[in-house]
Design a protein around this ligand. Structure first.
Ligand code: F3S
Length: 755
């Protein structure tokens, strides 16, 4: 699990010069985010002053991390790229596929059996291509990355939206789709729109019941779930330096909940302490030697309004603990107001379960502070009123807190220790009785609390809080309990008050672990054969998509004209389909089943023009494919918003859809379509959406002279014999047109390697 000190030293050796050049070209002092971005420009990217929220820029990230649900498609694509090894250090983490039910030992054993085929595949592909492999039970991707790989001033991408967690160690770390990960692993540049910058100035110091989590809960309340879109959030000020490194990780983790591209902190002593405690003294030493380059320029922090697009100031000394929710992470309520708000809203106030841990909040500090409250249960003759679940972030954390007696105390109040994995945080919680869909409240220290996210029950009201507050509320069993002012009645009928939490930032005896669960890749993996059974239901090797036939596309049928919101969840649903993420043909059976058909307002019911009958979207599309007929999908505004999963682009491509024509696209999805060799076109006149009729036969003209910024033409042949014609726009550049012509970006990567 070596952290690749040579790579880090190389990055640091180049950093000062690259930053100096960036300062010269921009003519201004730089924020930390700008320094890291400029220092990671790809060699093919000319240096200039980039325009925020406008310029697309090519980067060369230092690392790639993948979790098991998304790694399957990323690696299946990488296998097609024809490279013998990954170009940058990369890791796979088995954390998403483990169902939480009975507790760690049984749940892990069940997952290893149930997903054996997937784990074996991921393990052997990793072994072959030089990728570090973290086995099921080793921990959650972001915690393991923070403990082992993140480094100040570095840049990484990861196939999970909470990759941003590594900002806690001063990284620019960004969540992407598997196709992007594949590109970077193949040594290609990675493109990102130059972000806007939001500065958060932290003054004062946290104390008592307030925790780092409360900072991001407060920020989420201010910025809302959309406020960070397209931006990097940079925290600074004396308050920032007073927070532990893992506390910084929590704050950056939940930057995903405000839509931020990334959040980050300048290098400081807390990061140095954490690097040393996690066995990376060498990294701390080299970081110390260039520390002025690993934080924003002093002029920036002295006059932040001048350099950031938006500045928020929070005084930590006055910050109250918060509970955010239900159903959205930006509905922030200070603990002192919860009684009033919950009464007014009619939220269920009895708390059924308290959950702590996850990638967001399972540091040693988190658990040691939470356990200081659990200890008071016996000391004050109390009884915990709610169920209590803990999913440790890594085996290193779990082993260390077990050694230090922390787990024993939690178990003494009835806590169940789950596997070191995502579990309830990603809906992999087989919660007894959830199917009854009863209205109930849970409190957790995770990051997301959308409906159904934890247990699949749409009536579970989930509130996000610090691990300390979750523990106190679980002891009280009451959502409105304010530990700063309220008393509890103990088993002897006496009024008692909980003392504020205390804990250690890092274990005084150091971290320890017997088996971290890491498998290093083979030095030479060329002889390793990847076995995927042709009968597998969960894995399928990819075949290259066919090249463009060199002509205009004529005689296409309309598959569906989607009405209203059509997110990646509508296009490729998650939940039960998660298990088919490595099998393109099987997961294609969910293609567009959530999209609303404009013509009958139903989901998963479209007219098959060959038979005149209505049927499910995937089956109808398969019928067209079998008849050798291409189709188009028509979309409304912001088609493909939501997650970065490339399945939403690959499924239509696989089943023979030739183009998506929408009023507008979400950017990542539009890129994903292009990468998979699909046409993603937008109506020049949005009213042309109304011209599309259910029985239309459609031509796409202009492909033989497909060039950047030149519109293509759509001809509609209506069933009544009339035709209509209009132009559609596209945003394909020269390179992306080549992707289309070759059938997919990956086809070009493979060919370039074969030559
Ligand atoms: Fe896993 Fe939840 Fe984090 S799903 S990666 S623990 S956000």
């Amino acid at each position: 699990m070596a952290f690749d000190i040579d790579m880090i030293k190389k990055v640091y050796s180049e950093l000062p010069d690259r930053i100096a050049k960036a300062r010269a070209v921009t003519g201004t002092p730089l924020t930390l985010a700008e320094k890291v971005l400029y220092a990671h420009l790809h060699s093919d990217q000319p240096l200039k002053k980039f325009q925020r929220a406008h310029d697309y820029v090519n980067f060369a990230p230092d690392r790639v991390a993948m979790q098991d649900a998304t790694a399957q498609m990323a690696l299946l694509q990488f296998m097609q790229a024809g490279r013998p090894k990954v170009a940058v250090p990369s890791t796979v983490h088995c954390d998403h596929l483990i169902i939480a039910k009975e507790g760690a030992a049984k749940d892990l054993a069940f997952a290893k059996e149930e997903s054996k085929e997937v784990y074996d595949f991921l393990g052997s592909v990793s072994n072959k291509y030089g990728i570090g492999f973290w086995r099921p039970g080793a921990g959650i991707i972001h915690q393991v990355v923070l403990e082992n790989y993140a480094f100040p001033g570095g840049m990484m991408i990861g196939t999970d939206s909470h990759t941003v967690n590594a900002g806690g160690l001063g990284m620019i770390a960004i969540g992407v789709g598997g196709a992007d990960a594949c590109d970077v692993m193949a040594g290609l540049p990675w493109e990102l729109k130059w972000p806007k910058l939001i500065g958060v100035k932290l003054t004062g110091k946290l104390s008592g019941w307030s925790a780092p989590k409360d900072i991001i809960l407060k920020v989420a309340g201010i910025l809302t779930v959309k406020g960070g879109t397209g931006a990097i959030v940079e925290y600074f000020g004396e308050g920032a330096q007073s927070i532990s490194c893992t506390g910084k990780g929590t704050i950056c983790n939940m930057g995903a909940e405000i839509g931020a591209t990334n959040s980050t902190f300048g290098y400081d002593d807390s990061m140095g302490r954490y690097l040393r405690a996690t066995g990376r003294t060498e990294v701390a030493d080299v970081a110390d030697s260039i520390k002025e380059h690993l934080t924003g320029d002093p002029e920036v922090y002295a006059d932040p309004e001048k350099y950031f697009d938006q500045v928020i100031e929070i005084n930590l000394s006055e910050l109250e603990p918060h509970l955010n929710g239900p159903f959205t992470p930006d509905l922030a309520t200070p603990v002192s107001k919860m009684k009033e708000v919950a009464d007014a809203q009619g939220w269920p106030e009895r708390v059924e379960v308290g959950l702590i841990g996850s990638c967001t909040n399972s540091s040693y500090e988190d658990l040691s502070r939470a356990v200081s409250l659990a200890k008071q249960v016996s000391e004050k003759n109390l009884k915990a009123k709610s169920e209590f679940l803990i999913n440790p972030g890594s085996e290193q954390i779990r082993f260390t807190v077990e050694r230090d007696g922390i787990l024993d105390v939690f178990e003494s109040i009835g806590a169940k220790i789950l596997t070191n994995a995502c579990g309830p945080c990603i809906g992999m919680w087989d919660r007894v009785g959830a199917e009854k869909k009863e209205k109930n409240t849970i409190v957790h220290s995770f990051n997301r609390n959308f409906a159904k996210r934890a247990d699949g029950n749409p009536n579970t009201f989930a509130f996000v809080a610090s691990p300390e507050l979750v523990t106190a509320i679980a002891i009280a069993g009451d959502l409105t309990f304010n530990p700063m002012t309220d008393y509890l009645i103990n088993e002897a009928g006496e009024k008692v008050k909980l003392d504020p939490p205390t804990g250690d930032e890092l274990p005084t005896k150091g971290f320890d672990v017997e088996d971290p669960g890491y498998q290093a890749p083979a030095e030479d993996g060329s002889g390793i054969q990847i076995q995927v059974s042709p009968d597998s239901k969960r894995l399928q090797l990819l075949s290259p998509f066919l090249e463009w036939e060199g002509t205009d596309l004529k005689g296409l049928k309309l598959l569906i004209k989607a009405k209203g919101k059509c997110t990646t969840d509508h296009i490729s649903m998650a939940g039960p389909w998660l298990k088919f993420r490595g099998h393109l043909d099987n997961i294609s059976n969910n293609m567009l089943i959530g999209a609303v058909n404009y013509f009958n307002e139903k989901t998963d019911s479209v007219k098959n023009q060959l038979t005149g009958e209505y049927g499910p979207v995937p089956a109808t599309q398969r019928a067209y494919k079998a008849a050798g007929i291409g189709t188009i999908v028509v979309g409304d505004e912001n088609y493909g918003e939501g997650s970065s999963r490339e399945h939403a682009a690959m499924e239509p491509r696989h089943l023979g859809v030739r183009a998506i024509i929408a009023k507008s696209f979400a950017r990542i999805h539009e890129t994903n379509l292009k990468k998979q060799g699909m046409l993603g076109l937008t109506f020049q006149d949005k009213n042309d959406y109304d011209k599309i009729q259910e029985d239309d036969v459609i031509d796409i003209l202009g492909l033989t002279t497909f060039t950047p910024e030149k519109p293509l033409t759509i001809v509609l042949h209506h069933a009544d014999g009339t035709t209509e014609q209009f132009d559609v726009n596209h945003t394909y550049n020269e390179q992306q047109i080549e992707w289309f012509k070759h059938g997919a970006a990956l086809n070009i990567i493979r060919k370039s390697f074969e030559q």
